[in-house]
Design a protein around this ligand. Structure first.
Ligand SMILES: [Zn+2]
Length: 186
């Protein structure tokens, strides 16, 4: 987990995120969370894209295994359940409001974008609208910051502690395999 300012990242990180997303990753400012194997799971994006567009969703869940597991929850009405929880549980509601403020504080480190002032992500602070965004925030911030993101991750059939990463770059995997074969032969 990592919050701004982020550690430096590599060109390989960008290649991996691009392969995960199926499109070129742009305006990346950091890798906010990683799998145990080191592959990015959450990419952090600048609050204003290079083309000038305001971009509120600082933390984006990019790992295909994670997005699939969270999509499964969304398809099974889990967001309705969490919206009901927010309505019923004052403590969760308060923690969710704090998560919203924490998210905005993180983003403020990356830049001030007046068009999205006070707007965070995933439906915060009052609604649950996107579990991907909330899980991404929870992975970046670590446990205990985003209560709904934490719940979604606990329920998801995916964990950053158990690597299910595929080979994101076929060329690299071929190289690794041939090296392994050579070693065995030698
Ligand atoms: Zn992995």
């Amino acid at each position: 987990m990592s919050r701004p300012p982020f550690e430096p990242f590599t060109a390989q990180d960008i290649d991996t995120v691009s392969a995960q997303l199926g499109r070129q990753a742009r305006d990346v400012v950091g890798i906010a969370a990683r799998c145990v194997c080191g592959a990015p799971t959450v990419v952090a994006t600048a609050p204003r894209l290079a083309d000038g567009t305001p971009f509120p969703t600082t933390y984006y869940l990019c790992h295909p295994g994670a997005t699939a597991a969270i999509s499964f929850l969304e398809a099974n009405q889990v967001m309705n359940e969490y919206n009901q929880l927010l309505a019923d549980d004052e403590e969760v509601r308060a923690a969710y409001a704090r998560a919203h403020e924490s998210f905005l504080a993180d983003r403020a480190v990356l830049g001030d974008v007046p068009e999205i002032a006070g707007i965070s992500s995933g439906g915060m602070p009052e609604r649950v609208k996107c579990l991907h965004a909330l899980a991404g925030h929870a992975l970046a911030a670590g446990p205990g910051v985003n209560p709904i993101g934490d719940l979604a991750l606990a329920r998801a059939n995916w964990s950053p502690d158990v690597c299910v990463c595929i080979d994101y770059t076929a060329q690299d995997s071929t190289a690794a395999n041939s090296t392994a074969t050579d070693t065995t032969t030698a």
